[in-house]
Design a protein around this ligand. Structure first.
Ligand SMILES: [Zn+2]
Length: 146
């Protein structure tokens, strides 16, 4: 099995059996931000601390990405011929922050606003070292059955 490496540093806890997304919490007003930011857009404070988010959330809104994204630079398959559409959603975690995330399904029948989701790692591609580059994604919480 290929070694896994995160697509970016500081986005989720790593290495970890159960990685968690990393966010900032403003120590002045309690506002949460993802990804990590130095300054709070809510109160303009510049004192933030790192927090780990829960691994489950609810789907706030979603869409289907039907063609390779132009920006930010897309690390996955950007060939329009072989590209496979994927779901993109805003996931509300712990009732405190909304995270833009890939979804593991692009099936409209499997996506419903307010549904429970859980964080998973989604393989993007194999890098030159033979490592499997992974990003975070959210999957329907009942996808494991039972
Ligand atoms: Zn603040």
């Amino acid at each position: 099995m290929a070694n896994q490496v995160p697509v970016a540093e500081g986005v989720f806890t790593w290495p970890s059996e159960e990685p968690r997304l990393l966010a900032s919490r403003c120590t002045a007003c309690g506002n949460h931000m993802f990804p990590i930011q130095q300054d709070c857009p809510k109160c303009s404070g510049s004192s933030t601390e790192r927090v780990e988010l829960g691994r489950t959330g609810t789907l706030w809104t979603w869409t289907i990405q039907g063609y390779p994204p132009k920006s930010p630079p897309y690390a996955g398959d950007d060939d329009p011929v072989t590209f496979e559409p994927f779901g993109v959603g805003y996931v509300e975690i712990d009732g405190i922050v909304r995270v833009e995330s890939r979804l593991t399904t692009a099936d409209r029948d499997e996506l419903e606003i307010g549904m429970e989701l859980e964080m998973v790692l989604d393989p993007l591609y194999i890098n030159d070292d033979g490592d499997e580059v992974v990003t975070f994604a959210f999957a329907p919480a009942n996808s494991g059955g039972a």
